[in-house]
Design a protein around this ligand. Sequence first.
Ligand code: GDP
Ligand code: MG
Length: 441
Amino acid sequence: LSERLSGVFDRLTKQGSLSEEDVKTALREVRVALLEADVSLPVARDFVKTVQDKATGQAVTKSVTPGQQVVKIVHDALVDVLKGEAEPGALKVDNPPAPILMVGLQGGGKTTTTAKLAKRLKERDGKKVLMASLDVNRPAAMEQLAILGTQIGVDTLPIVKGENPVAIAKRAKTQAGLGGYDVYMLDTAGRLSIDEELMAQVEAVRDVANPRETLLVVDGLTGQDAVNTAQNFDDRIGITGVVLTRMDGDGRGGAALSMRAVTGKPIRFVGLGEKMDALETFEPERIAGRILGMGDIVALVEKAQETIEAEQAEKMMKRMAKGQFNMNDLRMQLEQMIKMGGMQGMMGMMPGMGKMAKQVESAGLDDSILKQQIALIQSMTKKERANPALLQASRKKRIAAGAGLEVSDLNRLMKMHRQMSDMMKKMGKMGKGGMLKQAMK
Ligand code: GDP
Ligand code: MG
């Protein structure tokens, strides 16, 4: 597959930016690749469409082919879809005892994952955990959890024969409260397929436990079935996240993409084996790399992009050392600032800028203001950017209007430019041993 993709990408013509045709050709193959990786058809189609809109017209990084550029764009878009809003590994387990409900089909890996998570909570977060098996269907299931509990040194709720799942859940809750547990985990029974009895049972347990987290455990190798399962459980029970098991196998993990796209629920962990420590926090970059299978190219493009940024920064430093600092330089600075965590962060790092960083801080400037300033610079003509001295009243009005802002905003930007420019000149005069020149090394 990777070979076929590379083939197509190589055929794309070398040019400055990606044409619609280039992107279309490449994405036709990407779509096939996604389907082969077990991504469902509608999801693959939507995904390709999004990337198409995003990629067309994008610049191709120097020393990279358009094909390689498309790979990077596809990869980044995959990561975007896979990424949830919150830290995937951070479970809500405050307000003890916090219930965690584990749901899923039979054989998906619920019991194993329950124990793996309990071990993680105990060892990483120092939580006192109680596990309870609610699987009254398979006699051996309760024993299985008890054995795992002994193995990892986590308590399990004593087994009472003949009790129903709701009663067990209630007993677990009471026991967790009395025993001073931080977390109690409910490992429910599964079926071979979704059925009404299973859902009704899980629903009843959910209602007595009122779980902080409801994690769906699914076999990552089951592709489209896993997605249907997730959809069903989410509709009926409401899940807060997904654990994908058997990701140690050679499946390509396309289910992760579909599941995320269809349910919108975050993937929290992946199971990577039968052992108790074979559980990892979900990393979108890793799964994206696996689905696409072109990690080398992605790394290559990233490297090229970094190199170019470094080259640009060096050029600017040289100009600044000569006392030249125009609006293009300022714009680059502003963009860097956004990247590096705002103005204070950036200025704090620049030689001689510590004081100004404090001023900026006290002025309460933040990213939205940085973006406004960039918009103002974009609204200037090429000549104006290169020579800010041209900026007189009528031009100012035009520029401010073009950015949808006030002339006073532009005045602020110009004041900032003047201050920075003065500072550059002073530093430039410090000669060969000057701070800027040292900073460039
Ligand atoms: P449950 O029916 O959902 O409770 O599933 P179990 O936890 O009993 O797991 C079923 C089988 O899958 C067991 O043999 C586990 O050891 C195995 N298993 C669970 N998670 C993983 C995983 O991430 N990788 C591999 N290779 N096997 C797993
Ligand atoms: Mg089980």
